[in-house]
Design a protein around this ligand. Structure first.
Ligand code: IMP
Length: 427
C-alpha cells in the first residue's frame, strides 16, 4: 500500500470510517491527525458495529500501530469511555499511542462551546458542543495544555500559573461562567494523567522515524467543506480536514504522501448550521434521510440531506488535493426514478452562474442549484461486487461523476459491510 490520506470531500459523515477500515488492513500505522471527539466514525468490522470518536479505526485489527497525533484535540472523558468500551469488547489497545503534543479539551472549553450554542442567535455554528472551537482557539492563542504537560509536574504548575488567571478572567468577564481554582485544575490534570498514561508516546519521534518506510494511513475527520481555511467559513470546524492537515497534524512532510482519497456520498448531508445549496426540504430529502439512516453519530441530530453537489466536489478535488474519489451509499438511490447532480449555481439576484464554488457564503441563500437529471437504475446494488455487474444507468451516473471530478473513482460502496464494496484498483 502507498501512504494514503483519506479525507471527507463534503461536510463530514461521508462514510470515511468504512474506507479507512478497508485500507487499514494493508497499513502498518494509522494516524488520526486533526479534529477530536466531534467526529463519529461508524465502522462495521467482522460483522460488529463500532462507533469511534477519537481512536483511529485501525484499532479493530490486531498489530496495527494507531497514533493519535499532535494535530488532534482530546476530550479526556470521551477518550476514557471509548477505550473502556473497546477493552470490554476485547479490542487490544496495546498499539494505541498518543502524541504528547495533542491538545487537551478542558471542561471550560466545552462550557464555552455550550455557551456559544445557547446564547448566540445570529451566526450560530451548530457545533457538536465538544469544546472543539475553544480548544483550538487556545492552542493557537498559545494557552492550551498539551497531553505531555500532564507528565511533568513542574511544567504543569508553571503552565497553569500562566494560563489560569487569563482563562478565569475571560470565563468570568466575557462569558459569565464559573472560574476554576488551581486545585481544581490540578485535580483534573491528575485524573487526565491516569487516563492517558497507558498510551502516551514519549518516543513519538522514533515512532515516526521507524515507520517512515512502512505503510501509513492518515485518517481524516470531518470534511473539506468544514475546513477552517477552505470550508463554508464561519460555519466550519476549527481544524484542517483537507489533506494538507495530515502533514501539520502528524509530523510527516508532504513528500511522505502518495495518495489522497476523498470520500463523497452519492448525495450530500450536513449537520449543524450553514449554507447548503442543494439541500432538499421536501419528501425527497426525507426519503434520502430515511433510507440512508442520516442521523449524527456524535449528537444524534437528523442530518440535512440534498442532491449531489458537483460544484463542491470539484472544489474538494482541488483544495483537498485528491488523487481519487471513493463514492459511498450509492445504493440509497436503488429505488429512485431520477437522480440529480448539481453542476452549477445560479444567483437569483443577478442571474450570475457559478461553476466554481463561491467562497462568500453569505450570498449562498440566494443561490439556486442547476441540475442535470439521470435515470435511476431501479434495482438493488447491495450485492454487486464487480463494476461490470452494475446496471447501465449506475455506470452512466458514475462515469458522469468521474468526468466532473477529473480524477478516477477508486472505490464504490454499495452498503455498510466491508463486502459491499467495489474496488476499482488494487490498493
Ligand atoms: P465543531 O467541530 O463541534 O466545532 O462543529 C462545527 C461544525 O462542524 C458543526 O456544523 C458540526 O455539526 C460540524 N461537525 C463537526 N464534526 C463533524 C463530523 O464529524 N461530521 C459532520 N459534521 C461535523
Amino acid at each position: 500500500m502507498k501512504n494514503t490520506v483519506v479525507i471527507g470531500a463534503q461536510w463530514g459523515d461521508e462514510g470515511k470510517a468504512k474506507i479507512t477500515d478497508l485500507l487499514a488492513e494493508k497499513a502498518d500505522m494509522i494516524i488520526r491527525y486533526q479534529g477530536g471527539c466531534n467526529a463519529g466514525h461508524t465502522v462495521v468490522h467482522n460483522g460488529e458495529t463500532y462507533k469511534l470518536h477519537i481512536v483511529p479505526s485501525g484499532i479493530l485489527y490486531d498489530n496495527k500501530i494507531c497514533f493519535i497525533a499532535n494535530g488532534t484535540v482530546i476530550l479526556p472523558e470521551v477518550f476514557e469511555q471509548e477505550t473502556k468500551e473497546l477493552k470490554e469488547r476485547g479490542v487490544d489497545l496495546s498499539k494505541l499511542k498518543i502524541s504528547p503534543l495533542a491538545t487537551i479539551t478542558m471542561p471550560y472549553h466545552t462550557e464555552v462551546d455550550g455557551w456559544a450554542e445557547d446564547t448566540v442567535k445570529k451566526g450560530k455554528i451548530g457545533s457538536t458542543r465538544k469544546g472543539i472551537g475553544p480548544t483550538y482557539t487556545d492552542k493557537i492563542a498559545r494557552c492550551a495544555l498539551k497531553v505531555g504537560d500532564l507528565f511533568d509536574e513542574e511544567t504543569l504548575l508553571e503552565k497553569i500559573d500562566i494560563i489560569l488567571p487569563l482563562k478565569n478572567k475571560i470565563l468570568k468577564q466575557v462569558y459569565g461562567l464559573k472560574e476554576y481554582s488551581k486545585d481544581e485544575i490540578l485535580e483534573l490534570c491528575k485524573k487526565y494523567k491516569a487516563i492517558f498514561e497507558p498510551y502516551i508516546c514519549e518516543n513519538w519521534q522514533d515512532l515516526l522515524r521507524e515507520n517512515k518506510k512502512k505503510n501509513i494511513l492518515f485518517e481524516g475527520a470531518q470534511g473539506v467543506m468544514l475546513d477552517v481555511d477552505f470550508g463554508t467559513y464561519p460555519f466550519v470546524t476549527s481544524s484542517n480536514p483537507i489533506s494538507g492537515g495530515a502533514c501539520t497534524g502528524s509530523g510527516y512532510g508532504p513528500a511522505m504522501i502518495d495518495e489522497v482519497i476523498g470520500v463523497s456520498k452519492a448525495y450530500v448531508t450536513r449537520v449543524g448550521e450553514g449554507p447548503f445549496v442543494t439541500e432538499l426540504n421536501d419528501e425527497i430529502g426525507d426519503k434520502i434521510r430515511e433510507i440512508g439512516h442520516e442521523f449524527g453519530t456524535t449528537t444524534g441530530r437528523p442530518r440535512r440531506c440534498g442532491w449531489f453537489d458537483a460544484v463542491i466536489a470539484k472544489y474538494a478535488v482541488l483544495v483537498g488535493g485528491l488523487t481519487s474519489m471513493a463514492l459511498t451509499k450509492i445504493d440509497v438511490f436503488d429505488d429512485f426514478d431520477e437522480i440529480k447532480i448539481c453542476t452549477a449555481y445560479k444567483d437569483t439576484k443577478n442571474g450570475k452562474i457559478y461553476n466554481n464554488y463561491p467562497t462568500d457564503v453569505f450570498i449562498h441563500d440566494r443561490l439556486e442549484p442547476i441540475y442535470e437529471t439521470h435515470k435511476g437504475w431501479k434495482q438493488s446494488l447491495s450485492d454487486v461486487k464487480r463494476y461490470q455487474d452494475l446496471p447501465k444507468e449506475a455506470k452512466d451516473y458514475l462515469k458522469r461523476l468521474e468526468e466532473i471530478f477529473e480524477i478516477p473513482i477508486s472505490i464504490i460502496s454499495v452498503g455498510p459491510d466491508r463486502e459491499q464494496t467495489i474496488l476499482m484498483k488494487n490498493f
